[in-house]
Design a protein around this ligand. Structure first.
Ligand code: CAA
Length: 383
């Protein structure tokens, strides 16, 4: 490991690792099969402080930063990726922008509740007709007196039916594109807010993914996050951090693929000798181990740049792109190593295979990450 972890970071990692092995791994399969939100996992992680990892101690959080969050999230995701994305979205997509863009009053109202886990957070930008082209959102907002009125639908919202507070993006005028977008802090009790249909998904099945519906939803003007028309920058800056979170998820999944493959090979014989002694198996394990380590380096580097308050947009995209593709390769290899057993629905690697695919889609598809990296590379803006 190139990065020397501080004592606090090591403690956080060890706590997450132990929790992943003792609580998450044994229960992940059941939650996935039942497509059930892992409420108990989240409550226990809240008690351990994982919902407030990056929230300053003055608000009741752990006072850690992006590198620590990345290390903790990798462990949690190794145990259960559905639990991992719940924690990642809460920290990276809700607590992080409140910390960065929030007024003192907004921080005071929300951060203590988020840190303790009393409130869960979500981030609402995607819509039924607009995912990758985030500046094209149609959810509309208009100001009247001391309130904004927001009308529209959001889709694919992680934590959507369980959260208490959301960052919602809406446009003052769709013709303005990115420059017309506002970011709002929305509480689920606001009049005009409702939860729509729940999605049935390929992978990450135990996380909560729903539509949100806003009908003339009333948002007090003081709940505008950042200035009017600056919401797209809030969205993009926030996703820079979120993508580091999904990269850690992919690494956790890939590491679980490697762990399961080693376990299977230790117990299995093929052609008269233990599977782990065959060269074909060794090559597969070598590639997995190599790619996991490379993904970890890219991800920790992006997190370190974030902690140093340096630009990290392309670096976060590189981490997410590489780690998610590595996780999919690792999952394919893990299935191949398991042979027929890998295709059985009760097998851990079958779940990991489905979960890995989602990391290439949410918080920006692989095509979007390549677009971001290319724009930065062409303008010599890489760190
Ligand atoms: N930080 C700050 N500002 C940024 C920025 C960043 N990372 N990226 C862009 N901006 C600013 C630009 O500087 C520009 O501002 P100026 O006009 O003042 O210069 C403005 O935002 C517009 O930028 P672009 O011209 O680059 O915008 P674009 O329309 O070409 O879109 C995009 C860029 C990268 C394709 C963007 O639309 C995108 O990231 N799309 C993918 C959306 C996505 O990832 N969705 C995930 C949904 S959330 C989710 O999945 C969560 C979950 O539940 C798990």
């Amino acid at each position: 490991m190139l990065f020397d972890l501080t004592k606090e970071q090591q403690q956080l990692r060890d706590t997450a690792r132990e929790f992943a092995d003792k609580i998450l791994k044994p229960n992940a399969q059941g939650y996935d099969e039942r497509e059930e939100y892992p409420r108990e996992n989240i409550e226990k992680l809240a008690d351990l402080g994982f919902l407030g990892i990056i929230i300053p101690e003055e608000f009741g959080g752990g006072g850690h930063r992006a590198v620590a969050l990345a290390i903790a999230l990798e462990e949690i995701n190794r145990g259960c990726a559905s639990t991992g994305v719940t924690i990642s979205v809460h920290n990276s997509l809700l607590a992080n922008p409140l910390l960065y863009f929030g007024t003192p009053e907004q921080r005071q109202r929300y951060l203590p509740r988020l840190a303790s886990g009393e409130w869960l957070g979500a981030y609402a930008i995607s819509e039924p007709n607009h995912g990758s082209d985030a500046a094209a959102i149609e959810t509309a907002c208009r100001k009247k007196g001391d309130r904004y009125y927001v009308t529209g639908r959001k889709a694919w919202i992680t934590n959507g039916s369980k959260a208490h507070v959301y960052i919602v993006f809406a446009t003052l005028d769709a013709a303005l594109g990115a420059k017309g977008i506002c970011a709002f802090i929305v509480e689920r009790t606001f009049s005009g807010f409702s939860v729509g249909k729940k999605e049935k998904k390929l992978g990450i099945r135990a996380s909560d993914t729903v539509e949100l519906i806003f009908e003339e939803m009333e948002v007090p003007a003081e709940n505008l996050l950042s200035a009017s028309g600056e919401g797209f920058k809030v969205a993009m800056h926030t996703l820079d951090g979120g993508r580091i979170g999904i990269a850690t998820q992919a690494i956790g999944i890939a590491q679980a693929c490697l762990d399961e493959s080693k376990k299977f090979a230790a117990e299995r014989k093929r052609f008269g000798k233990p599977l782990y002694k065959s060269q074909a198996f060794g090559h597969r394990i070598a590639d997995m181990a190599l790619e996991i380590e490379a993904a970890r380096m890219l991800t920790l580097r992006a997190a370190l740049l974030k902690d140093q308050e340096k630009p990290h947009t392309a670096e976060a995209s590189m981490a997410k792109l590489y780690a998610s593709e590595a996780a999919n390769r690792a999952a394919r290899e893990a299935i191949a190593i398991h042979g027929g057993a890998g295709a059985r629905r009760s097998q851990v690697v079958e779940r990991l295979f489905r979960d890995a695919k989602i990391t290439e889609i949410y918080e920006g598809t692989s095509e979007i990450q390549r677009l971001v990296i290319a724009r930065h590379a062409l303008q010599d803006r890489l760190q």
